[in-house]
Design a protein around this ligand. Sequence first.
Ligand SMILES: Nc1ncnc2c1ncn2[C@@H]1O[C@H](COP(=O)(O)OP(=O)(O)O)[C@@H](O)[C@H]1O
Ligand SMILES: [Mg+2]
Length: 267
Amino acid sequence: MKGGVGKSTLSTMIAKFIAEERGTPVTVVDLDPQRGATILLLGARYAKQDAGPGIYEILQSEQDNIPSTELFNQALVDSPYNELIRVIPSDASLARLRGETPRELLSLALQDAPIREDETVIVDTSPDVTFCEMGIMASDMVFVPITMSHQSGVPTLNTVQAVLYAEKEMGGLIPTLIGRAKWQEARIESWRESLMQTDLVKGRGIDVLPAMPFSHSIPSGKWRWGKLPKGCPEMLDAIYVKLFGEHALVVEDLKDEAELVVGMVAA
Ligand SMILES: Nc1ncnc2c1ncn2[C@@H]1O[C@H](COP(=O)(O)OP(=O)(O)O)[C@@H](O)[C@H]1O
Ligand SMILES: [Mg+2]
């Protein structure tokens, strides 16, 4: 429930990592009127066009009690960056569904959706509570990026509470180093340790996964068609282990296995 913490970047990277390492299809559902995942996976120009139905039309159809299977098929767009990645795009019209909209709409839409058995569906949410809760309800596992900032605590707590309330599995908190500041890098380890001692994490059995490192190439988006930025594969492997119960990367290739799952806090 916080903006600018790396949700869209992480969603897109996880999609790329699964497609490349597992070789199975991934559908990314953009559940944010700010369309971060749509822009990252389809390009900024795509989002400016009015190209067919998107997540708004799908959810609207579900709200009108009309199964959205056909719309879902029409809405799927192939990413030019990876042939295994498809996107359900979003645009500003999604904001019309704020407020009293039933939170089950996306789960219902996914039940009607033509999803393959080996397909992974990733939902990129919005800071808006409606869409955040809707995304949580539609998911089996939730990952929550968190920046090293005083303002992150409350929205993160609210998000984790929503996950626990919906009885969904917390994949873990993922510290993200969005700013370039050296002081952040210097303090990341001690910050992560103090994060693990907070009431939020301790006693709830929530893991703090390896941090997403800062990288210049992340804002430019170059990594979408090339190699993932330095340090990102290790972070993504820890997410992959949570999702699939096995490593994607050969363990010997990982710099320090002990560093990988830093915060195993017993329930
Ligand atoms: N690890 C990182 N290093 C540098 N910049 C980052 C990193 N992660 C995200 N960013 C940048 O921070 C901004 C917000 O990230 P984004 O993924 O859009 O967050 P959210 O979806 O939570 O709003 C974007 O401009 C993105 O390029
Ligand atoms: Mg976003």
